[in-house]
Design a protein around this ligand. Structure first.
Ligand code: KIV
Ligand code: ZN
Length: 520
């Protein structure tokens, strides 16, 4: 079979029904520095369920009270996905899984000599006995059992086989040889899982791939082709060290390159990625495949020109298929076509001469190493076109209160096209409170979301000037803007208001008013 769009040979060999086992809330949470509250775990679990994952590994019930509470909350939610908890080969861990209300246990048994000698300090015989006892105990508790061999890919293969035979004979429902430190290659993975499938013809087989050598996604796909019917993955590739296989990358490659059916609603991937990034505090690298900020963003003139004619020239798939909006960026590499298209979206239609002048000014700024935001482009074009500096939204007053044992609170008074809007809000800190107050005031009239917030200190010291860069969305439109001040709250509010201005200015209204006023 061939994928006609790209002429790529489609591989048969994939299972009819691919299962996606999401471990964002367990292996993903083991990313250094991440710690999710039960409420935030529940928010992510609900989103994963909407996305269509088959299994949600919600955590490790025996680890802490918070973990137990989180799994209980998620298990009670009545989601479509199977809810799973991780457990070591310890009876108490399995009891904790049962107590959490999870449907299944992800029972992890180390199998490599390295792990047996230095971590467990147990013999292979002892590990086989533990496997048998734990699987039997989990079965008695009525749990679905996924039995993982930890560090399987660096283990004696005969021993891994014995562990799985023991587990399956005792009632394990699925087996998973883990590539714990990511040492497989796509070729070795294919061989490994082909053998696995021969040895365990009637058992569900999972792949759990880590990204230490950047091959987790390719290895997961290779495992599916060779005989696995389930892959473990995390949103944004979160996980220990270099992370796990990224769910969004596996899903999109399977669906759009291999043409395979998957349970994932790919159009929800970007939103899910952003939710996970926000709640875990781990930013997504801009050039990350599928969900990175630059994955569907174009600046270079040649690319933008071609993409405006036919997006497939420089995009392998439409951004909408993964829930992203294409963005064109003004900067040193930009061309007139891109700038014209961006200005048209803002409602600005310069003459050819004005466009050339705007283009030159953007290039000059780019050459000086300046990042040109949409708000900058708007200001340049307004000045070139001789338009008055339009501000649909103005800050009339802001008060922010913060301190020890005080909930950070902000109140704002804004003027939106002559209408006064007042609002107050609390936040995690003073910046959050101020941004929330502005957003709430404006959202009552215009639904605008903050998609991205980034702060840089551009000078040193406690009196450093800070640069805040934001990206806002209103329906299909996005706008970037920057605020630079010595005060981080004011820099943030400034960025927010100039971004909102790009999205809210109505040049048609302004032009008709100017005509009424005789061109002023
Ligand atoms: O990478 C790994 O081996 C794991 C196990 C705990 C399943 O995450
Ligand atoms: Zn892992």
């Amino acid at each position: 079979m061939r994928n006609e769009k790209w002429g790529i040979a489609l591989s048969s060999g994939f299972p009819e029904k691919i299962r996606i086992f999401d471990t964002t809330l367990r292996d993903g949470e083991q990313t250094p520095g991440i710690s999710l509250t039960p409420e935030n775990k529940l928010r992510i679990a609900k989103r994963l369920d909407e996305l269509g994952v088959t299994v949600i590994e919600a955590g490790f019930a025996a680890v802490s009270e918070g973990e137990m509470e989180a799994i209980k909350l998620i298990a009670k939610e009545g989601l479509n996905a199977e809810i799973c908890s991780c457990a070591r080969g310890v009876i108490g861990d399995i009891d904790a899984v049962k107590k959490s209300g999870a449907d299944s246990v992800h029972l992890v048994i180390p199998t490599s000599d390295l792990h047996l000698q230095y971590k467990l300090k147990k013999s292979r015989e002892a590990v086989l006995k533990i496997t048998e006892d734990c699987v039997q105990h989990a079965k008695d508790q009525g749990l679905i059992i996924e039995l993982s061999a930890e560090d399987a890919t660096r283990s004696n293969s005969g021993f891994v086989k014995k562990v799985f035979f023991t587990g399956v004979s005792a009632g394990a429902d699925r087996i998973c040889p883990c590539d714990t430190v990511g040492v497989l290659t796509p070729e070795k993975t294919y061989e490994y899982f082909s053998k696995m499938r021969k040895n365990f013809a009637n058992v569900q087989i999972s792949a759990h791939c880590h990204n230490d050598f950047g091959m987790a996604v390719a290895n997961s796909i290779s495992a599916l082709r060779a005989g696995a019917n389930q892959v473990h993955a995390t949103i944004n590739g979160l996980g220990e060290r270099a992370g796990n296989a990224a769910l969004e990358e596996i899903s999109v490659a399977l669906k759009f390159i291999y043409g395979v059916k998957i349970p994932i609603k790919t159009e929800l991937l970007y939103g899910t990625s952003r939710l996970v990034s926000r709640l875990t505090g781990v930013p997504v690298q801009p050039n990350k495949a599928i969900v990175g900020d630059n994955a569907f963003t174009h600046e270079s003139g040649i690319h933008v020109h071609a993409v405006l004619e036919q997006p497939l020239t420089y995009e392998p798939i439409s951004p909408e298929l993964v829930g992203v909006t294409r963005r064109l960026i003004a900067g040193k590499h930009a061309g007139t076509h891109g700038i014209k298209a961006t200005l048209a979206e803002m409602g600005l239609h310069p003459t050819d001469e004005q466009l050339q002048e705007t283009f030159q000014r953007v290039k000059t700024l780019g050459d000086k190493g300046k990042r040109v935001t949409d708000a900058d482009l708007q200001a340049i074009a307004e000045s070139v076109m001789g338009l008055p500096k339009t501000r649909s939204i103005l800050l009339e007053e802001i008060t922010v209160v913060t301190g020890d044992r005080v909930t950070p609170t902000a109140s704002v008074r804004l003027n939106l096209n002559g209408n006064v809007l007042t609002e107050a809000s609390v936040g995690i800190g003073p910046v959050d409170a101020a941004m929330n107050a502005v957003r709430r005031a404006v959202s009552a009239v215009e639904p605008i979301q903050l998609e991205h917030y980034h702060v840089n200190a551009i000078t040193g010291g406690t009196d450093a000037a800070v640069e805040v860069i934001i990206r806002l969305r209103k329906g299909d439109r996005v706008a970037t803007a920057m605020g630079v001040r010595g005060d981080i709250v004011m820099a943030s509010v400034e960025a927010m208001l100039s971004g909102m201005n790009v999205l809210l200015v109505d040049y048609n209204k302004i032009n008709s008013k100017r005509v009424e006023n005789g061109g002023k």
